[in-house]
Design a protein. Sequence first.
Length: 161
Amino acid sequence: MHRLFEILNAFITDDVMVIADIGDSLFGAVDLKMHQRTGFLIPAYYTSMGFAVLASISAQLGRPNRRPLVLVGDGAFQITGMELSTSSRFGLNPIVIVLNNHGYGMERQLHEGSFNDIGEWHYKSPAGGFRHREWFCCPHRGRIECGAQGRSGEHRKFYYH
């Protein structure tokens, strides 16, 4: 995950708004280097799982000149990820990165149990299901560069897991 956040640091500019969900997304985002005008939104700790995808809609509607960079875990994404269809309907272009640790990873640190396991989704499918050709997916960690480098100026939607 360290490599991912190094790449994201190179991608973040003044016109990006970082929105991190709870857990690994939040802890990883704390080490990102924010520019003078870069926005940074986070929820209250563990009281709003699923915050990031929803917040990206409001944030970009409120500040259309800023592009949301959404950092969300697979557990939180399974709660609110389908709201990307709302983003698509309004012509928004969030960059969504799903950090997949196959369950509620931070909860495992507190109390181990099968209740922390979640069903495995095919994370590239939600983007394809919206019938908008401007979505693309980088399904492997080693391919994050395909979205972060060379596409930052485009207004295409981006979805990574």
